[in-house]
Ligand binder design. Structure first.
Ligand SMILES: Cc1ncc(COP(=O)(O)O)c(C=O)c1O
Length: 358
């Protein structure tokens, strides 16, 4: 089996066991004579998949009954608009942290829909970073505070979250379920699935039921969280296949254990950061205390060397290392499913490349 070490930022590597199971049951799902994609989303077999996906999320996140688990469509990008539609009434102000491209994208959509205050702006800071909680300029009585737990492009991650009187709303697209988190500190969390949870096409939302309930009834049904809470994400046809893969991926994660996954993620990231720090050739781009465990971003002395690095790495089976087109450089995305051996292979490649070119 020829599997590349796939460092893609998303859609990203999935556990091979999950792909193999999906392959084994693709044509004939559990004796039904059809695939999971071809059956009613209101039938017993799909219902069991939907329930397992929800239950796995509840268990992994240790969620209490006052939170709903939703599987929506439109990616994290639609959440940038749904959040203010549902939680920012006219006359109120929402606080936003702008610490990178994704935070900025959320800000841009929210501005179209209501009053917002930028509680901290470090989008353009070099080294890249997230702000200290003490830096935040919060609005008294704010409707909510929005932040991005891990800036996928810049490689900066919140290690702990600020405590605020306003509900905390967090885009966790690129580090969801990579570490244990106390979700009771959030009013709502959302994540496109295509990094740590499964394939693209489904967006996970967890939301406090009392918040969803209070949103204006004039919001169109599909854009109102309460519609999906009341219908267990089955108001319309859900992305059944994506939710099925999410169920398998979260089952795999439950079996591995979230604490174990966190330790493994930290060790993988540490291996790369220590290689960068031990070299005068590679230079990390994020401030040390907020370096991401998921997206390891670094530069080489010249753009030409970066291009050669990515091209040669790709030939050696280390694929998709090119940094995001907006910032350049190199980015190794090492989500939950990325194997330790792939990180070790990258470290050896980096050391050999430095010897040849340093
Ligand atoms: C942190 C973060 N937020 C939002 C998005 C956008 O997600 P989607 O493509 O699912 O809309 C991404 C995509 O990479 C991301 O990394």
């Amino acid at each position: 089996m020829a599997r590349a070490f796939n460092f893609c930022a998303g859609p990203a590597i999935l556990p091979v066991e999950v792909l193999q199971q999906a392959q084994a049951e693709l044509v004939d799902y559990q004796g039904s004579g059809m695939s999971i994609m071809e059956m009613s989303h209101r039938g017993k077999q799909y219902e069991a998949v939907h329930q397992e996906a929800t239950a796995n999320i509840r268990t992994l996140m240790n969620l209490t009954d006052d939170y709903a688990v939703l599987f929506l469509q439109g990616g994290a990008s639609l959440q940038f608009a749904m959040v203010p539609m549902n939680f920012l009434p006219s006359g109120a102000t929402a606080d936003y942290v702008n610490a990178g491209s994704w935070g900025a994208a959320a800000v841009k959509q929210a501005r179209l829909l209501g009053n917002i205050n930028i509680a901290a702006d470090c989008e353009k800071d070099i080294p890249t970073r997230v702000p200290d909680a003490a830096e935040l300029k919060l609005t008294p009585g704010a409707a909510y505070l929005h932040l991005t737990s891990n800036e996928t492009i810049s490689g900066a991650q919140w290690k702990t979250f600020p405590q605020t009187p306003a509900p905390l709303i967090c885009d966790m697209s690129s580090d969801i379920l990579s570490r244990p988190v106390d979700y009771r500190q959030f009013g709502m969390v959302y994540a496109g699935a295509q990094k740590n949870l499964g394939p693209s096409g489904v967006t996970l939302v967890i939301v406090r039921k009392d918040m969803a309930e209070k949103a204006a009834k004039t919001i169109p049904a599909m854009l109102r969280y309460q519609t999906h809470v009341e219908n267990d994400s089955l108001y319309n046809t859900p992305p059944c296949f994506s939710i099925y893969i999410l169920a398998l991926t979260t089952r795999w994660l439950k079996n591995f254990g979230l604490e174990n996954m966190f330790r493994r993620n930290r060790d993988k990231a540490q291996l790369l950061y220590s290689t960068i720090d031990a070299s005068g050739f590679y230079r990390g781009t994020a401030k040390n205390e907020c370096r991401s465990d998921m997206n390891i971003t670094f530069r080489l002395p010249t753009v030409e060397l970066e291009e050669r690095f990515c091209a040669e790495a790709s030939k050696a089976g280390l694929s998709q290392l090119k940094g995001h087109r907006s910032v350049g450089g190199v980015r190794a995305s090492i989500y939950n499913a990325f194997p330790v051996e792939g990180v070790q292979a990258l470290v050896s490649f980096m050391q050999a490349f430095e010897k040849r070119n340093g």
